[in-house]
Design a protein around this ligand. Sequence first.
Ligand code: ADP
Ligand code: MG
Length: 671
Amino acid sequence: MNLFDSVENLKGIGPKTAEVLKKAGITTIRDFFYNLPKTYENYSAPSTIAEMEPGKVVIKGRITALVTRRARRRRLTITEGVIRDDTGFVKAVWFNQSYRVKQFVPEKEYYFTGNFELRNGRFCLMSPSAAEIDEVDKHSGLSPVYVAHGRIKSSDFKRLVNNSRDRFAEIPDFLPTVAAGKRKESLFNVHFPESEKTVKAAREYLAYEELFELILAAKLNKSENEKLKSITIPFNKEKIREFVDGLPFTLTGAQKKAAWEIIQDMEKMTPMNRLLQGDVGSGKTMVAAMAAYDAILGGAQVALLAPTAILATQHFENLSKKLEPYGVKVALLTGATKGKAALKAAISAGEVDFVIGTHALLTDDTEFDALGLVIIDEQHRFGVEQRQKLLLKSPHGLAPHLLAMTATPIPRSLQLTVFGDLDVSILNELPKGRQPIATEILTEVETKESLYPKMREVLGRGQQIYWICKSIDDDPKSETISVKARCEKLRGVFPGERIEFLHGRMKPAEKDAIMEKFASGEIKILVSTTVVEVGVDVPNATLMAIENAECYGLAQLHQLRGRVGRGSEASFCYLLTSGDIPPSRRLRELENSTDGFHLAEVDLKLRGPGEIYGALQHGALDLRIATLSDTRLIHRAQQDVAEFLKNTENMLKYKELMAGIARYQQITTLN
Ligand code: ADP
Ligand code: MG
């Protein structure tokens, strides 16, 4: 069996089904086998209908009288049916699952499981899962539940997997470090559960396999990086000290330590591959400035890439002010830059020391004379292709040193696996005098009563405000208010104040003009989408209101909130919710903590590592099994990978493994 053949080679999968599966990311036989159940229903020990108690129940019966109707709320359908056994009957209710009407054969018996609870004055079985009796009984009551994709429901996946039941025996071995046959046995056992015990063992193997791949990819990245040569940058102690002494503040201990680690890396002949992790407001830019100045003193050119033009412009203004007095030539290169050709000529002639711009800077035809250090701010997506591009831009095939900066703290387990090829510096200390941002969840009613007076106070002190909205345009179908509409409303509430809006679809020049006026204090309230999420630094802004706060993830909210609390004044963040539903755990966690590292751990628990890493990597990687919190397994995989790498022949021998990890390599490599 070739696992990389199309799924269409499996029984019962034709072109139409293959098309739907493709949308779910399942194209090969391998993808199909690795599409693991997200959970299992346990149908063992059903009760009779007469004996049911409120709460989660399992029953066994026939279902009739299935009907679907549309609820008064437009987007909701309600499907109902009556389940009977020898002792009685109960009504089953599903929302937005109209396919249930056709799912069941009236004469056939099924298991049902769901919550038995009160609805409109009557006890019903709510949104029950169902499974065919014969299927379940073969497997000691356990039934896999798959994520539905389009018209392919969990029960369809079950049928398809069942069609290929005999094919599992053909699955080849994968890793040299486990017993022969372990892989096919494990894959079979997750899809055809014998007992909780076999499922657990199978999932543990699959988690191990995944960790092995991730760690191997990271290790290979690292060893490939070590084969490259880079420009060596001698540490210019006197000049760096002079620069630090000239700053309007003293560096934090963490900043000094990080700068020192970077400076030492750059003295080496192999390229630095370092991640600078620091919570919002911890002063990463200053560390980058020191690294850049040191590199420039050592005769190298430096490029700083920012994710947005707004941020690039802000970095340019800040850094040119700090570095030009020392004779450093700094330039800004974004899509909106005028006279690009002349600037590019100057860069390639080595007349510019420090180029700040967006990602386009690399993909562009920009050439450097002696690019020695690349700094990436708040951006992880940086693959093998870009490395090639960088190498082409560097003189004599020397690879530049790389410094990536992020405010999204990476939990330790992810650091060991996914980011194992990076050296990490951590800024775990905020500059002196910062006050924690007072955070509060407000419902709609409370907004008017307490938020507006608070805003008046802040404005009265000459400070500024961010107001974050979800959408750019008005959408009659949505309940979220657009930046424009909110801006109008606030102008009505605060008639004397200058209030403007900002969003990602505005022209770069317009955006810059607005940001500049906000930074200079001319604009008092900035109504914006999340374009201000990363990096924007206006220390005089001390209040932020985030509308529809429940729409954002924890990490994103923490980032947004980090736009305030950047000076010594007290700062406030209000999370506005519609108040229809109780505030989520996310919002409550945010209310109680301003520690990004703590919030990242919480996020890891709430969402699973796939999503966190996915957010970092823009959805490029989905971990199948959420066991990155299993340090024991991580350590075992680390040791086994080290063993594996000792034998160079392994890389030729284990072709599937090497092909599989290429995809991780692409997304974890920074250099
Ligand atoms: P981030 O780590 O979020 O990118 P910045 O580098 O933008 O943070 O720094 C946040 C603010 O703190 C900036 O206004 C910066 O000038 C200031 N800052 C940086 N380092 C210090 C320090 N050691 N003491 C006081 N303020 C500092
Ligand atoms: Mg920053």
